[in-house]
Design a protein around this ligand. Structure first.
Ligand code: SF4
Ligand code: SF4
Length: 335
């Protein structure tokens, strides 16, 4: 594990920093740390391990206190031995509560578990030593290297994979990272469809709802049987004052995806949550008006209000990546 963290290229930013010597990449992580672990009923029901830290800075993050570590360290369990965590996970899956909710796998989430890949693999090896048939799910924002994804696909049972936008402008505005590597990795997963639990598409009204049809065509081009779940945006993190997704928009998303030929489409999440008092109703003018997509303009306006210094977000190559307003944003409202 150490060598990989001393020249970290686990995710697509490929920072090349020595995390064990205190150098920081975009995720700001040193050694992998577990933020939280618990039995979790959301499909696939599982023993979920939330790894601290993330390589993206998504404006909508609902786990910001886990993802935007270390500033959000109020939810960090700390350094656990991989073997102990493996034992604990298997015990929880076999417990009456675990069996009662139908939990059948260890689910790695975050944050982004790619930033902790060597530790995650060690937990998987240890768990499979004790129970070779134990199932694993890897939950990802998709912004990893091809090599990291190949590794994950070699041992995981299933993958839950987030897609936010086809258009780079919108993806960058919402997440701080380019869309290309995520789309490339989605294509790679589609070559092993038995490993895909589902593509998950968060729908943020006024920001990426213009991407629904493009994403649907993109996935349909990879395979019309690939499962897709649209997730309703809830006001959180930098978008704490933005309105939630209405049920009408979620139904429209499902119908659009079906019209594009996708056959396994669903949606989930709480809908129709009101925005807060500082909701931006339309893209603000000024520097972000140089962006062509209205959703990207709106997201960029939110980011800049939170302290982002760039019109076109590119966190991996930004001089402020170790300390910026988005990274240290503290919402007062969580839903
Ligand atoms: S952002 Fe990615 S490449 Fe950079 S240090 Fe973190 S995990 Fe490694
Ligand atoms: S200031 Fe830089 S690091 Fe921070 S969100 Fe904006 S582009 Fe990303």
């Amino acid at each position: 594990m150490d060598a990989e963290l001393q020249d970290c290229r686990l995710c697509e930013w490929q920072c090349g920093v020595d995390r064990l010597a205190g150098e920081q990449g975009v995720c700001l992580l040193g050694e992998p740390q577990v933020a939280l672990r618990t039995l979790h009923p959301a499909p696939p029901a599982s023993y979920t391990v939330f790894m601290a830290g993330c390589n993206l800075r998504c404006l909508h993050c609902q786990n910001w206190d886990i993802a935007q570590w270390p500033e959000g360290r109020n939810r960090v369990d700390g350094h656990l031995a991989a073997g102990e965590l493996a034992k604990e996970a298997l015990k929880a899956l076999a417990s009456s509560l675990g069996r009662g909710i139908g939990a059948d796998r260890i689910f790695f989430s975050g944050g982004e578990a790619t930033c902790s890949l060597p530790f995650v693999e060690e937990v998987v090896w240890q768990a499979r030593k004790l129970d070779p048939s134990v199932r694993i799910n890897f939950d990802t924002n998709g912004f990893m290297t091809e090599e990291s994804l190949r590794r994950v696909l070699s041992w995981t049972t299933s993958v839950t994979f987030d897609l936010r936008a086809v258009d780079d402008e919108v993806h960058r505005a919402l997440t701080g990272a380019p869309a290309g590597p995520v789309l490339r990795n989605a294509r790679m997963i589609a070559e092993q469809p038995e490993k895909l639990w589902e593509f998950r598409i968060l729908v943020v009204p006024g920001v990426n709802d213009g991407q629904i049809e493009k994403l649907s065509w993109f996935i349909a081009g990879l395979g019309t049987e690939l499962p897709v779940c649209f997730l309703a945006f809830r006001p959180n993190f930098v978008l704490e004052h933005h309105r939630g997704a209405p049920v009408s928009l979620m139904l429209k998303a499902v119908n659009t995806a079906r019209d594009c030929g996708l056959r396994q489409v669903a949606w989930s999440g709480r809908t129709d949550l009101l925005g807060g008092p500082r909701e931006l109703l339309q893209a603000s003018l000024g520097p972000v008006s140089s962006l062509s997509d209205p959703g990207a303009r709106l997201a960029a306006a939110y980011a800049m209000r939170a302290g982002c210094l760039r019109t076109v977000r590119d966190c991996g190559h930004c001089e402020a990546r170790l300390k910026c307003g988005v990274k240290s944003y503290r919402p007062i409202r969580c839903t």
